[in-house]
Design a protein around this ligand. Structure first.
Ligand code: ADP
Length: 361
């Protein structure tokens, strides 16, 4: 026979909302099945956690994740805008309702926005980024091309060269945008194969630094790779793109004269995985934005970001590429700078020893 407790549990588990019951200090004491599903955590992991580690009601009328504006009629309901940080550190827009029981427990009800709202927002972000990233270089290309056409003969040689270089750099910017968009659609269509092989981190770093040497001339670059580090079991092209994005950002978002360091070794307490850190002494990323930087089209509004070009796609692509190689990427930041940490599977100890043997003979 169903007991009264089982009966309530059954009902709560079948509610369409995620439910978290907390004590008066907002520590979770019970959750329903949907809350586990939405957050990606198990009940065991959630019980004891402070609820604000997972959901955060927003006091503002605009969602901090997707910039959705609260409709006046929705305001009348008990639900307010909020965000949920799932186990993978992805931020999800939610509506949150909060109520107090007679025994001083706090009950949170959470509803994620529908897929449609997400798609609409993704569409808006896409249109706004792409139109800005298209319009700005096109305006500049047209302006300098017109000047060269109309007054080219009267310009000094150096001026002509400068204007043509600007046109070229704006075309490079357009090319990068198109390449990024193509990579995103390939990744989202799961259309990009991962070709695993043993990839030497040192070779990838060398190639990345060579390709970025024109941009990083004014930075000090330090490389520190553990001697004898086994190769990563990864896709060489994908890993190179990951490293390009991270080192490029490290240079872009830090002042000339500062140091960018690339360190590689084993992941902590794990001889089966290698870790590469890209560390800069730049502007840093505020704590609340750390997980957001991996979402599509996200750019942090600060004076430097406004100054440097970008689409907000680089880290989204980077994370997708790392995940497609069964790896992981995290970011840490403070006012001294930012460190991105990439962890990837290493080749087996036997393969590594065999490789070393072949190299030495
Ligand atoms: P983009 O550089 O094209 O804008 P990314 O996806 O590579 O896009 O980065 C997203 C945002 O994260 C950037 O706009 C910037 O605000 C921030 N960011 C990325 N890397 C760093 C870094 N190393 N230091 C400080 N901020 C960073």
């Amino acid at each position: 026979m169903l007991t009264r407790t089982d009966f309530y549990k059954e009902i709560i588990d079948n509610l369409p909302e995620g439910v978290a019951v907390c004590d008066d200090k907002n520590n979770i004491i019970e959750v329903n099945r949907n809350f586990e599903k939405i957050s990606g955590y198990t009940r065991k992991e959630l019980v004891g956690m402070e609820v604000f580690e997972v959901i955060r009601p927003s006091s503002k009328e605009t969602c901090a994740v997707c910039h959705e504006v609260e409709e006046p009629e929705e305001k009348k309901s008990d639900f307010q805008l909020g965000e949920l940080k799932d186990k993978d550190d992805q931020l999800v827009c939610v509506r949150v309702s909060q109520s107090m029981t007679a025994s001083n427990n706090i009950i949170y009800l959470v509803i994620p926005f529908s897929e449609i709202a997400f798609l609409n927002q993704a569409h808006l972000d896409f249109v706004s980024t792409v139109s800005h990233e298209l319009r700005t270089p096109l305006t500049s290309i047209k302006g300098f091309a017109d000047t060269l056409l109309n007054a080219g003969d009267n310009l000094k040689k150096e001026q002509q060269i400068r204007f043509i270089s600007i046109i070229k750099s704006q075309i490079d910017r357009l090319t990068r945008l198109v390449e990024n968009l193509l990579t995103v659609s390939k990744l989202e269509a799961k259309d990009s194969k991962t070709i695993y092989k043993a990839v030497e981190i040192e070779k990838i770093v060398e190639s990345v630094l060579y390709n970025l040497s024109h941009k990083s001339k004014e930075h000090k670059i330090e490389v520190n790779i553990l001697p004898n580090l086994p190769s990563a079991w990864a896709d060489a092209d994908k890993l190179e793109q990951v490293m390009m994005n991270l080192v490029d950002n490290a240079v872009k978002y830090s002042k000339p004269g500062t140091t960018v360091s690339i360190e590689a070794g084993f992941a902590e307490n794990d001889l089966d995985r290698v870790q590469v850190n890209v560390k800069d002494q730049g502007v840093g990323i505020p704590e609340e934005f750390l997980s957001k930087v991996f979402t599509k089209f996200s750019r942090i509004d600060n004076p430097l970001t406004r100054e440097v070009q970008g689409t907000g796609l680089g880290l989204y692509i980077t994370k997708s590429l790392v995940k497609s190689m069964k790896g992981d990427i995290t970011a840490e930041s403070n006012d001294q700078g930012t460190t991105f940490k990439v962890i990837l599977p290493a080749i087996s100890y036997e393969t590594h020893t065999q490789q070393r043997f072949q190299e030495n003979n």
